[in-house]
Design a protein around this ligand. Structure first.
Ligand SMILES: Cc1cc2nc3c(=O)[nH]c(=O)nc-3n(C[C@H](O)[C@H](O)[C@H](O)COP(=O)(O)O)c2cc1C
Ligand code: SF4
Ligand code: FES
Length: 554
C-alpha cells in the first residue's frame, strides 16, 4: 500500500480523497483502513501542502545550535504570508545532529545554516530562485572495525558456508558478549539462537530507522561499511535458516540508501545474494524498505507493523519477534551496528573483538557526539574509555571554551548526567549503575549557561510529539508532562506539581506498552535528581539564571 500512496503523493503533492477511494477499490481494502494508515505517517499529506513547506528541527542538538533563532527569524520574515504560499513549522530530528541546525524545504534537507543563511535561502526560493543543491561530502575513513578496508569480500559468509557450523557461529557471538546496539542491549547470540530454534519461514530485518535525537551512527556505518551490514544479515540468514532480509531505513536517509543499494546490486551481480549464495544450496534475498516516517517506527514491533502495511503501533509483548515477528513468523531484528559487529566478530574472532576494548570492556563502539562541542561527528572508539575522553579528545572539547554543564549519554532516552560524572566509562553496566544508559551512543553535550529545565522540556516534548497514541498513559501522560514543565518555564507552578510528576512518572513507566512511554520521564527525572538548584530557582524564586525561561506569557 505504501508504494501506491507514495505514487499518488508524487503525482498530486498530497493524497486527494478521490484517489484514496480509487485505491480502495483497486486494492479491495476499505477506504477507512487506507485513511487510517495514511493519516498515521508524517510523510503523507492529506491536504495540499503550501508552495514552500519549511520545517526546522526542534530537537536537542539543533535546539542547542540555534534552531530557535532560525525558526523565529523565518517566522518573522514571512509573517502575514498566505498559508498556501509558505508554512514554517517544527520537525523532529532529521538524523543530521552533527550538522545542526537542520531545516527541510519541500523535503530537501539543509544543515549547518546560520539563521541568516537559512533566511536568505528561503527568501531566495520564495522570490523564484531555485533551491540550492545539497552538497554532499564523503570523506571515507579507514575503520578498525572493517576487516576489508572498504571493499566487501564476504569471507565470513564463505567460511560459514564451507564449515556449515551454524551452532558454532552462535557460540562465538555469545562468547563475544555482543549486545544489541539499537538501545535495548539484548544479547545478539541468544537472539539468533531463538530464531534458529523456532520453526517456520523466517526473516532477517535490519533496523536502520535511527530517529532519536543525537543518534547518527547508523548513517555513518551504512555509508562507510555497507558490505559489513549486508554480510551480518546474510550470516544471520545462514545461521537461522532465513531466506529473506529487509533493511528498514528512514526516508530522510537518501545517501545511505543509495550506498546500500549499490552494494546490494553488486552482491547480486557477484552471486553473494540470490538463489545460491556463493553457489551453495542456501538462498538469501535482500531488499530495502523506506519508512513512511516517525520515531516510533524504530520500535521493533511497530517497525514490523509498518512492514506489513499497517499503522506503526507497537504490539503488546510477549510474544517477541524472535518467535512471532514479521507476518507472525520468527524474525531476527537487529540494529545496523549490531549486524556490522556480528560480521566482524564472526570473521575475526572473539579475541580480536575483546582486545579492542579498554579498562576491562570488550569491543568497539560508534558514538555520535553533538550539541555544544567543537567537533561534532561520529567516532569509532574503544568501549571502556571515559565520556571525558569522548568529549575532550574526540569532539575537541566544549565549544567556545565554555565549561561542561551536562551530557546525555544517549539522547533524550538517557536523561542528562552532570559534568561531575564525565569520567564515567563507556560501559553498559557502569552507565546503568549511574542511572542512565549507553543506549545507541548518542552523546549530546550541554555547555555552561544552558538551562537544564529547558533541555528537559525539549526532550520530553520530543517524546510527546512522537507518541503513537495507542496507549492512554503515554498519549495523555506525555501531554500532561509537557504542559506541567512548560508552566514551570513561564512561572506557573503549584504545590501539588511534584506529586503529580511522581504519579505521572509511575503511570507512564509501568503502564505504557513500549519503551517510548516507559522512558519519557527520564529527561526531567534526571534534571530533578542532578540539578535540584535549577528546579528550585524556577519554582521557588521564579528565576532562570541561564536567562532562557520566563520569556513567554504566564
Ligand atoms: C520508541 C523506540 C524507538 C526505537 N528506535 C530504534 C531505532 O531507530 N533503531 C534501532 O536499532 N532500534 C530502535 N529501537 C530499539 C528496537 O525496538 C530494538 O530493540 C532493536 O532494533 C533491536 O536490535 P538490537 O538488538 O540489535 O539492538 C527503538 C525502541 C523504541 C522503544
Ligand atoms: S507507549 Fe506511547 S509510543 Fe509506545 S505504544 Fe504506547 S502510545 Fe505508542
Ligand atoms: S537533526 Fe536536529 S536534533 Fe538531530
Amino acid at each position: 500500500m505504501f508504494e501506491e500512496l507514495r505514487a499518488i503523493q508524487r503525482r498530486f503533492g498530497y493524497l486527494p480523497a478521490d484517489q484514496l477511494y480509487d485505491l480502495s477499490a483497486k486494492l479491495k481494502i476499505p477506504v477507512n483502513q487506507i485513511h487510517s494508515v495514511a493519516s498515521f505517517y508524517p510523510h503523507f499529506n492529506l491536504a495540499p501542502p503550501p508552495k514552500f513547506d519549511v520545517r526546522v528541527c526542534a530537537d536537542m542538538s539543533c535546539h542547542l545550535r540555534g534552531a530557535c533563532e532560525l525558526r523565529e527569524g523565518l517566522k518573522q520574515a514571512f509573517q502575514g504570508a498566505p498559508e498556501t504560499e509558505i508554512s514554517i513549522r517544527d520537525a523532529s530530528c532529521f538524523g543530521r545532529c552533527d550538522a545542526a541546525p537542520v531545516i527541510s524545504v519541500n523535503d530537501t534537507i539543509y544543515s549547518g545554516l546560520t539563521p541568516e543563511q537559512g533566511m536568505g535561502m528561503v527568501r531566495a526560493a520564495t522570490s523564484g530562485q531555485p533551491l540550492p543543491p545539497v552538497l554532499r561530502e564523503h570523506n571515507r575513513q579507514a575503520l578498525s572495525t572493517d576487516p576489508y578496508r572498504g571493499a566487501g569480500e564476504y569471507l565470513g559468509v564463505r567460511y560459514l558456508l564451507e564449515s556449515q557450523d551454524f551452532s558454532g557461529a552462535i557460540a562465538i557471538l555469545k562468547a563475544s558478549g555482543l549486545k544489541g546496539l539499537g538501545g535495548a542491549g539484548f544479547p545478539t547470540g541468544l537472539k539468533w539462537e531463538i530464531v534458529r530454534n523456532a520453526p517456520g519461514q523466517k526473516y532477517i530485518v535490519c533496523n536502520a530507522d535511527e530517529s532519536e535525537p543525537g543518534t547518527i551512527k547508523d548513517r555513518f556505518i551504512m555509508e562507510h561499511m555497507p558490505h559489513l551490514v549486508i554480510e551480518g544479515m546474510i550470516l544471520a540468514g545462514l545461521v537461522t535458516g532465513a531466506k529473506t532480509g529487509i533493511i528498514y531505513i528512514r526516508h530522510e536517509y537518501d545517501e545511505p540508501k543509495e550506498v546500500l543499494q549499490r552494494e546490494i546490486d553488486r552482491c547480486y551481480a557477484n552471486g553473494v545474494l540470490g538463489p545460491q549464495v556463493f553457489g551453495s544450496q542456501s538462498p538469501f534475498n535482500l531488499s530495502i524498505f523506506v519508512s513512511p516516517g516517525g520515531y516510533i517506527c524504530g520500535e521493533e514491533s511497530a517497525l514490523l507493523e509498518a512492514l506489513e502495511g499497517r499503522r506503526a503501533e507497537p504490539r503488546n509483548k510477549p510474544p517477541f519477534p524472535g518467535t512471532n515477528g514479521l507476518y507472525n513468523m520468527p524474525t531476527v531484528i537487529n540494529n545496523v551496528e549490531t549486524f556490522t559487529f556480528a560480521a566482524a566478530i564472526l570473521l575475526r574472532g572473539v579475541d580480536w573483538y575483546k582486545s579492542q576494548g579498554r579498562n576491562g570492556m570488550a569491543g568497539l563502539k560508534f558514538v555520535g557526539i553533538s550539541g555544544d562541542v567543537e567537533r561534532p561527528g561520529v567516532f569509532e572508539v574503544p568501549m571502556g574509555i571515559s565520556y571525558s575522553e569522548l568529549i575532550y579528545r574526540y569532539a575537541r572539547g566544549v565549544s567556545g571554551n565554555r565549561r561542561l554543564l551536562a551530557f546525555a549519554p544517549s539522547g533524550p532516552s538517557s536523561g542528562y548526567l552532570p559534568a561531575e560524572m564525565v569520567n564515567l566509562a563507556l560501559d553498559f553496566n557502569a552507565v546503568a549503575a549511574a542511572g542512565s544508559m549507553v543506549g545507541s551512543g548518542a552523546v549530546v553535550v550541554c555547555a555552561e549557561g544552558r538551562c537544564m529545565l529547558d533541555m528537559a522540556l525539549n526532550a520530553v516534548r520530543f517524546f510527546r510529539n512522537e507518541s503513537c497514541g495507542k496507549c492512554v498513559p503515554c498519549r495523555v501522560g506525555s501531554q500532561k508532562l509537557v504542559s506541567l514543565l512548560t508552566n514551570w518555564t513561564i512561572g506557573r507552578s503549584s504545590a501539588s506539581d511534584r506529586q503529580t510528576l511522581e504519579d505521572l512518572f509511575q503511570a507512564t513507566r509501568m503502564a505504557s506498552i513500549c519503551g517510548l512511554g516507559q522512558i519519557m520521564h527520564a529527561p526531567i527525572a534526571s534534571v530533578i535528581k542532578h540539578f535540584p538548584d535549577v528546579i528550585e530557582e524556577h519554582l521557588g524564586r521564579r528565576q532562570c539564571s541561564a536567562g532562557v525561561c520566563f520569556r513567554g506569557q504566564a
